[in-house]
Design a protein around this ligand. Sequence first.
Ligand SMILES: [Zn+2]
Ligand SMILES: [Zn+2]
Length: 299
Amino acid sequence: MDRRHFIQNMGLATMASALPGAQLIDSIFLQNNYQMKALRGDLGIFTERGGTILWKLSDDGIAVVDTQFKAQAEHLIEEIKKKSDRQIDALINTHHHGDHSAGNIAFKGLVKNHFAHENCVKNMKATAEKNNSLDKVLLPSAGFGKKFVYKLAGEKIAMRYFGAAHTNGDAIIHFEDANIAHMGDLLFNRRVPYIDKNNGADIANWQNVMDDAYKWFDKDTQLVYGHSGDGYEITGTREDLKAFKNYLGRLLEYVDKGVKAGKTKEDLAKTELIPGADQWKGNQRRAVNAAYIEIVEEK
Ligand SMILES: [Zn+2]
Ligand SMILES: [Zn+2]
């Protein structure tokens, strides 16, 4: 299928799923519940179940960032094969969590390069060893440090690590020419974040990461997020980084003030809202527990 037909079909699929009562069209054009959505140029996103996947599909280069789960990765691979017989040039993981990397295994034998931050590789390997499932995972073959640049088909793909945040191994993957960046789980768009203290998360430093990323991007950078709250987009602009930084700061402040006022962890965890960050609605228990570990237990 040529590029134009590919894009047209994607558009049709997107349209079909948006129309009310379009189940028949859905069943013809959307046999699966996934969505391929073009963003800019030859970049776009795949969504089905798990953290959003970013892809670049062109005749002279294919890259995939994150892989959801095995069945979802297989759906994406089918779509890629409709477009090109080319071997996938680069698979990149933003971090090690299963909703972003369990689908790696579907790419076994199909990719030339597989990159992730070195801590992501370590965490992925340690998790697989713990679950006795090393044979079921595909580990990145190359772990990078603070910055790594990979050039592909007229695109400079910069992978950067600004320190511990959601885990101790989250990288931002910036396609600098298209000016689109995958944030992985470094930004939960108006959704209460998962903060993985068992894998080195650091809420205080996460705020610095938001500042560093803000400076790195410009006002035209399109950001792709792993997850978003109901009714919110999984893409956005760097202004979202400021809003999320505010949530993180308010979360720490809420727990710190509460502890000083004699409240228990259980009392604090009951809230549905962090004062001063009311766009991040919902059960705050896990986030409050993580902040409590950072403020009380790690001190
Ligand atoms: Zn995730
Ligand atoms: Zn995650």
